[in-house]
Write a protein that binds this ligand. Structure first.
Ligand SMILES: NC(=O)c1ccc[n+]([C@@H]2O[C@H](COP(=O)([O-])OP(=O)(O)OC[C@H]3O[C@@H](n4cnc5c(N)ncnc54)[C@H](OP(=O)(O)O)[C@@H]3O)[C@@H](O)[C@H]2O)c1
Length: 247
């Protein structure tokens, strides 16, 4: 029986992971493994899924189960504890361990991109699941940050308040963690004052499809450096593979 890997989530038809791992298995002649999509209507279906597939070695987890799945695990490694969410599960010796490779992927790619540049302050657009790994990275790199949300709260200010009270030059690093601009809604982008951007800004979009999002295009037009989420995506996938097989 082949080693089985897979992705759990809801609405997986556009998932990147199956194609990524299928290509990897083909290119690297990994013939004893397969990667499947497991769409779950409810996380309560998780134990039954595992029972039906005793050959599962590893899983990725996506929206909306990155937190809900934690109650079915035997333990969490430091990355999952830090971020408070799991996107990778390793099955070994009848135990299920949770990890978070989004954190690793974002941190590595941000450090690669910034290189020796010292950034002191960042703006994080959106307060959803992906923003958690971003926030942990910024903490780890000692970059001060402000969160922007559609509704202001004790943790975030609104896009309107941002425009009224701040200039974007205060934030050398701006990170889009919203799905705005993601295919097929490629004509959308976060509502910030792009005209305030300059070559002093680094604008990172977690969205990777399309390759150049509207957020990136508008930022680049003002001279900002831009980056999409593709490298992060590859890094987090490879890290999952490493955890399943060597970690
Ligand atoms: N590159 C990678 O490896 C990678 C990894 C993970 C995620 N991602 C991408 O990151 C994006 C976000 O993922 P996620 O899991 O965090 O999604 P999510 O939890 O569904 O949404 C993120 C946040 O975006 C804001 N938002 C949602 N719809 C919006 C809208 N119409 N207008 C303005 N803000 C909106 C919301 O924050 P507020 O309520 O605070 O406004 C929401 O909590 C997706 O495009 C995903 O593909 C990429």
């Amino acid at each position: 029986m082949k080693n089985l890997y897979g992705l759990i989530g809801y609405r997986l038809s556009h998932s990147f992971s199956k194609q990524y791992f299928s290509n990897k298995f083909e290119q690297e002649h990994i013939e004893d493994s397969s990667y499947e999509l497991f769409e779950l209507k409810d996380i309560q279906e998780f134990p039954q899924l595992i029972e039906q597939h005793p050959n599962i070695k590893g899983m990725n987890v996506t929206i909306p189960y990155k937190q809900q799945v934690m109650r079915y695990l035997d333990g969490l490694d430091g990355s999952a504890k830090l971020v408070g969410a799991v996107n990778t599960i390793k099955f070994e010796n009848n135990k299920r361990m949770g990890f978070n490779t989004d954190y690793y992927g974002f941190k590595e790619s941000l450090e690669n991109w910034l290189g020796a540049k010292q950034v002191k302050k960042a703006l994080v657009l959106g307060t959803g699941g992906a923003s958690r790994a971003v926030k942990c990275t910024l903490h780890a790199l000692e970059i001060d940050f402000m969160m922007i949300s559609r509704e202001s709260s004790e943790h975030a200010i609104s896009y309107e308040e941002l425009k009224q009270k701040h200039q974007l030059k205060e934030f050398p690093l701006i990170i889009n963690t919203t799905p705005l601009g993601m295919s097929p809604n490629i004509e959308t982008c976060p509502d910030i004052a792009y005209e305030q951007l300059s070559s002093a800004n680094y604008c990172y979009d977690l969205v990777y499809n399309p390759e150049i999002t509207l957020f990136m295009k508008k930022s680049e037009e003002r001279g900002a450096a831009v980056k999409n989420g593709l490298e992060m995506l590859h890094l987090q996938a490879e890290k999952s593979w490493e955890i399943w097989n060597n970690g």
